[in-house]
Design a protein around this ligand. Structure first.
Ligand code: S3P
Length: 204
């Protein structure tokens, strides 16, 4: 967990909303969940947690090692338990999830109950450009990793679309710009469902 201490207020700075409910970033590998999530957590002055990092720490192994030695079902089980623990802790955080977490029905139900989910959506060309030179993703260890990514996108997109909020990850946009876009989209989501649990408290 990366702590982001709340700095002393800057009277000249823009008003930053207070996070009341965990924001969970979902979407495919390369969407920017971790990099944008860190920025978003820093803006909100709340901890940032990456579920892949937590699973690897709990297992004492890297993600590829978990896949290789325990198999994907064991990874999914660990991922679900880690996410349930983080959401159940009650403290609002920004949580970046591994690309398959939201696809698991039980994990998705946990997220729906206790967090506001944001699908960081990106087209396959953009995702591929970001992941092609980065090893460590077991599901892309195939003869044609781009085709594997495109296949995951095709199968998963309808499920990611169940997220509370959808934000398009744009080529060239800074992490700061994407984080602010997420804030705007979540605030709009709050306004649209007045009476439901709010994610952000707008401070004067
Ligand atoms: C996976 C995505 C990875 C990691 C694991 C499986 C997936 O996380 O959890 O390799 O099923 O899409 P990132 O989305 O952070 O790369």
């Amino acid at each position: 967990m990366i702590e982001a201490p709340r700095p002393s207020p800057d009277p000249a700075g823009p008003a930053v909303p207070r996070l009341l409910r965990t924001i969970t970033l979902v979407g495919l590998m390369g969407a920017g969940k971790t990099s944008v999530g860190k920025r978003l957590a820093a803006l909100l002055h709340v901890p940032f947690v990456d579920s892949d990092t937590e699973v690897a720490t709990a297992a004492g192994m890297s993600i590829p090692e978990i896949f290789a030695s325990l198999g994907e079902p064991a990874f999914r089980d660990g991922e679900r338990r880690v996410i349930a623990r983080l959401l159940g802790a009650g403290r609002p955080i920004v949580l970046a999830t591994g690309g398959g977490a939201f696809i698991e029905p039980r994990t998705r139900a946990e997220i729906a109950g206790l967090a506001t989910s944001v699908w960081l959506r990106a087209d396959v060309d953009l995702l591929w450009d970001r992941v092609r030179d980065r090893p460590g993703r077991p599901l892309l260890q195939t003869a044609d990793p781009r085709a594997a990514l495109a296949d995951l996108d095709r199968r998963r997109a309808p499920i990611y679309a169940e997220a509370s909020v959808i934000v398009d990850s744009r080529r060239g946009a800074t992490h700061e710009a994407m984080a602010r876009e997420i804030l705007g989209a979540v605030a709009a989501h709050d306004r649209a469902r007045e009476g439901g649990p709010a994610t952000l408290e707008m401070l004067p």
